[in-house]
Design a protein around this ligand. Sequence first.
Ligand code: SF4
Length: 245
Amino acid sequence: MADELRDLVGLTTRYLAQQGELGERELYLTEGNRPRRGVEHQVGAERRLTRLGGRVRSCTRCGLSRTRTQVVFGAGSAEAKLVFVGEAPGRDEDLAGAPFVGAAGRLLTKIIESIGFRRDMVYITNILKCRPPENRNPLPEEIACCCPHLDMQLDIISPLVICTLGTFASQTLLGTTLPISSLRGRVWDCRGTMLVPTYHPAALLRNPGWKRRVWEDVQLLRRVYDDLVAGRIPRGALKAPLTPE
Ligand code: SF4
């Protein structure tokens, strides 16, 4: 019990230090896992997300700040119940300052619309907010530096479901080294939020044969979303990965 309490105090202290380092001066508490919804949540979330975006746009926590054109913070609704998390901005996104605007972005839009959403109904962001040179893979230290930004975005938006796109986003949010081929097709718990992994749209463009698997994943995503909204499954109830029949 004493060890558990010490761990909890240590975790809380680190979290508060991290929030302070990122410039956060206020704490927002929720009651258990109850979603914070309604006008109060919407106004508060928009304000906090805008404020966080302003701070992240001048971030120099890792070396990518020296090679980026601009920070790509994220786009969409601050009250989205569904958040998509990709890997990192590419060339088009680095120039536009917005996520998923190139060919992979257009495919992501089609995927989102195929399950009955519009882009402005969801929130889209990446693990890294700055483009790695030549679109190389993110380095572990870059992910470690940038993840607090994503943690805060998710904390503010408080979505019902997260859909990770590709290996890096899925492995990072689930804290695993399992390949995306093993992670997809199931529902996971990400600190009390349900998470459905699928392939990155850029990988799907290179491997059109994966289309059916992505279709199955997003159908699963839609079912989980509908079940959560209808209260058929309680939020944060997942104790083990869920494999659909
Ligand atoms: S990648 Fe993330 S941590 Fe690195 S400079 Fe950009 S915003 Fe900051």
